[in-house]
Design a protein around this ligand. Sequence first.
Ligand SMILES: Nc1nc2c(ncn2[C@@H]2O[C@H](COP(=O)(O)OP(=O)(O)OP(=O)(O)O)[C@@H](O)[C@H]2O)c(=O)[nH]1
Length: 336
Amino acid sequence: MKLLSNFAASSHRPADLHLLRDADIRSAGALLAACPVMLAEAGEVVSDAHRPRLTIVLRGALALQTDADEPGRPASVRTKILVGESVGEQSVLDDEPDPAILTALEPTELLLVGADVAWRLIEESDGVARNLLRLLSFRVRAANVQLRKRQKLGEFYRQLSMNDGLTGLHNRAWLNDMLPRLVATAAQSGRPLSVVMLDIDHFKRFNDRYGHPQGDQALRTAAQVLAGALRPTDCAVRYGGEELMVLLPDTCGSVAATVAQRLCERVRQAAVFADDTALPHITASFGVASLVPGQDEQGLVATADAALYRAKAAGRNRVEVDPSAVASRPAGAAAA
Ligand SMILES: Nc1nc2c(ncn2[C@@H]2O[C@H](COP(=O)(O)OP(=O)(O)OP(=O)(O)O)[C@@H](O)[C@H]2O)c(=O)[nH]1
C-alpha cells in the first residue's frame, strides 16, 4: 500500500464514514485527523495479521474473506466492504488481530485507524459507540442466519448420505450406525430384536433378460413393498446389491417370522412396471433371526444371512427361520 496523506489533508470528510453517522463529527474528525490514508492496488491484500485496527474504505471496494468462507472462493463473490464502510471493529474490541483477509477489488483508498484511536472514538463519542453496537448486532444476526443455513444443509447432506439413492431405503452406512445401538438397547432392556434378510431370486437372470434399468425397477418395487408393509418403528435397509434387510425392534422371532411371510407374499404379488410395461413378477427369499444373549450385531446379521442361504438352497421364494428366532419370545412371556 502507498501512503497518500493523513485524513485531515485528504479530500474525504468525516461525515462520509458510516461509523460517524449522527456522531459529534467535529471531535471525531479531530481524532481521525492524523490517521493515514493509503492507496491499495487492485488485488492487493491490505489486512494486518499482527495488529488490531479499523480499516475504512474511502474510495473503491474491498473483498472480505473470513475463516468461515470456503477456501478458494473468488474475491468477486465474497462479502464486499464499500465506500464509507469499515471492517475490523471486533478485532479492536477484543484486542486480537483480525484473521480475515481483505483484498482490494480495484484501486482503493483506505483510512487506517489504530486500536488506540478507535478506542478514543468509542470513549469520547456516544454516537460512534451506538453505531458500533448496531453494526456488531447486525453482523451477529447475519452470522446466525448463515450458521442456521449451514446446519440445515449439513442435516440435508447427512440424510442424503444415509439413504440409498435407488430405493430410498436406509443404506449400509445408516445400518452400521444404527444396528449396534439397537443391539445395545435390546441387550440392556431385555426386549427382543429381530432382523429379516431378503434377497431377490434369480436377479441376475432378470437383469440379463429384461435389462439393468428394469432390474432397478424390480428392486424399487421390492423396496416399496417393504416400506409400505412395516410399522413406523421398523426399518428397511438396502444391505447391498439386491439384498435388503428389515430391522424389527421389540419384535420376537415368531412375530418376525409372520412379518417375513407377509413380505414374501407381497413381493410375490407386487406388479413390476417399467415404462408402463408390466414385467414378470419377482420373488425373494427370506432369512429371519433374533438376537440371543451375548450376541453382537455381526453375529445377528450372520445368523439371518445363513437362514437366507438355507431359503435359497431349499428352492427360493420362501422364509427360513433361524432357531434363535423360534426360541425368541415376546418380552415378559414366561420361558417354557
Ligand atoms: N438392476 C440392478 N441389478 C443389481 C443391482 N445390484 C446388484 N444387482 C444384480 O443382482 C444380481 C445378483 O446375482 P446373483 O448374486 O448371482 O444372485 P441371483 O441371480 O439373484 O441368484 P440367487 O440369489 O441365487 O437367487 C447381479 O447380476 C447384480 O448385477 C442394482 O442396483 N440394480
